[in-house]
Write a protein that binds this ligand. Structure first.
Ligand code: UD1
Ligand code: M6R
Length: 359
């Protein structure tokens, strides 16, 4: 039931404040006089010791689920002190990459039924690794066949383009990071600030209008928001049927800069975190080449970041590691509006299936 919305994708984007609340429900202990603030993940608590002893942690997923893991990677590395590697399921299998008994492998999948991810799970089980699932679907093949895991509890996602599952996956992986590194715990008020931030995000209709007949759209991000650039571009490709590429800003001079001219729209993610000054210099370099910029920055930074020229998307500031949860929302809305304006099917993009059960 779409309720007051025209499309499932639109409904699911707007549902994110609630889906994130459900994802966190019962899993965060507020603390008080005797209790410490902490995270309780019922599905992981008996395995945390093993995970902390593992030599490395490997995230495996496809598409949006891979991007969510990429967004969570810096925090997991920081809080666990364990090397965290990223693998796209099909690529891991193509390479028959080495997996060891002292590895913890985290399988991220909204549906829990993606063939590539399941094949990778089977391969990791054969190799004796501890296999952890992060899925939205109770009783799915990934939930059943992993040793342990966490359900993201985002509610069913109908639109083929994954939106609310992405943000819930990041939040679950942030909670997993906190549980593994149990002495570093973000506070509940910070999380509440994120939910509050989501509620107040701006509509993106005008921006979509200005991009309606473009051929291509680039998105530059780095650090915590490299994943945001990849995921924003995936959404635009998938539903708006427009070419789009997410680029690690640190790679700009190693090739992509050649594409920049006054016509190609470029989204630059420059919210406040340790990458901010580097992103400011990226903006300067793009401006020097007359790049057509759309800058995403922290509320109140518009003048400082882009000096009044180009389009600006302002987002509320949250703690750096969770900023990707906020930053993706305007890009989801942008891809949604762009799709509607271009007259394409939002909830069932051509050639795609919600759950990819064949290789
Ligand atoms: C569980 C209950 C929830 C209840 C709560 C109360 C289920 C599905 N969840 O939630 O209804 O309100 O206790 O304490 O009954 N698992 C995997 N692989 C995965 C995902 C999960 O093996 O990919 C396993 C977990 O290790 C765990 C079980 O499934 O044993 C349930 O996981 P989850 O729903 O995340 O646990 P809780 O949040 O504790
Ligand atoms: O169900 P999964 O999370 O395993 O699905 C993985 C991808 O097929 C999926 O995220 C796909 O990229 C989405 N349609 C993107 O919106």
């Amino acid at each position: 039931n779409k309720g007051k919305y025209e499309h499932y994708m639109q409904k699911e984007i707007h549902e994110q404040p609630e889906s994130l609340t459900t994802t966190m429900r019962g899993r965060l202990i507020r603390g008080g006089s005797s209790k410490r603030k902490s995270v309780l993940l019922g599905g992981l608590k008996d395995h945390l010791k093993t995970i902390r002893r593992s030599r490395r942690i490997v995230f495996i997923g496809c598409g949006t689920s891979y991007n969510a893991a990429l967004a969570a990677r810096p925090l997991l590395e920081e809080l666990s002190g364990i090397p965290v590697m990223m693998e796209i399921a099909s690529d891991l299998l193509d390479r028959q990459a080495p997996i060891y008994r002292d590895d913890t492998i985290i399988f991220v999948s909204q549906s829990g039924e993606t063939a590539d991810t399941l094949n990778a799970l089977e391969y990791a089980l054969e190799n004796g690794a501890l296999c952890v699932g992060i899925t939205n679907t109770v009783g799915s093949a990934i939930a059943r066949n992993t040793h342990c895991g966490v359900h993201i509890n985002a509610g069913s996602e109908i639109g083929v383009a994954s939106t609310k599952a992405y943000t819930s996956q990041i939040v679950v992986m942030a909670m997993v990071s906190l549980a593994i590194g149990a002495d570093t715990i973000s506070s509940k008020p910070r999380r509440e600030a994120i939910i509050e931030s989501l509620l107040n995000l701006p509509e993106m209709k005008d921006l979509a209008q200005s991009l309606i007949s473009e051929q291509s759209l680039l998105m530059f991000g780095r650090g915590y928001n490299y994943a945001t650039a990849l995921e924003g571009a995936l959404k635009v490709k998938e539903v708006a049927l427009m070419h789009s590429e997410g680029i690690l800003a640190g790679e700009m001079k190693h090739g992509p800069l050649a594409l920049v001219d006054e016509n190609l729209p470029i989204v630059v993610i420059a919210t406040r975190d340790q990458s901010f000054s580097k992103q400011q210099s990226v903006i300067q370099q793009l401006k020097a080449r007359k790049g057509r910029l759309i800058v995403m920055c922290t509320e109140g930074d518009a003048a400082a970041v882009c000096g009044g020229s180009g389009r600006v998307i302002e987002v509320p500031l949250v703690v750096d590691c969770l900023q990707p949860v906020v930053n993706i929302v305007p890009l989801q809305l942008l891809s949604y509006h762009l799709t509607v304006l271009r007259g394409y099917n939002v909830d069932q993009p051509r050639n795609l299936a919600k759950s990819v059960t064949t290789e």
